[in-house]
Design a protein around this ligand. Structure first.
Ligand code: SF4
Ligand code: SF4
Length: 56
C-alpha cells in the first residue's frame, strides 16, 4: 500500500526532498503523495518531523 500524508502535516517540505521518486508535491492544505508513483520506501515517514506520512 502506498503511503499517505495525514492532516498532521505542517507543509515543511522535508518529505518531498527526501522522496527518491518525486512522488510528493504540495497540495491545498498539506503535502500529498501520488500513490501511482510511490514505491513504498518509507523515506518520507523517517524524514517527517511530525510523523504525518503513514502506510494505510
Ligand atoms: Fe516517496 Fe518513499 Fe514516501 Fe513513497 S514512501 S512517497 S516513494 S519517500
Ligand atoms: Fe508534511 Fe511531514 Fe512532509 Fe513536512 S515532512 S511536508 S510535515 S508530511
Amino acid at each position: 500500500m502506498a503511503y499517505k500524508i495525514s492532516d498532521e502535516c505542517i507543509s515543511c517540505g522535508a518529505c518531498a526532498a527526501a522522496c527518491p521518486v518525486s512522488a510528493i508535491a504540495e497540495g491545498d492544505a498539506k503535502y500529498e503523495i501520488n500513490p501511482e508513483v510511490c514505491i513504498e520506501c518509507g523515506a518520507c515517514a523517517e524524514t517527517c518531523p511530525v510523523g504525518a506520512p503513514a502506510q494505510e
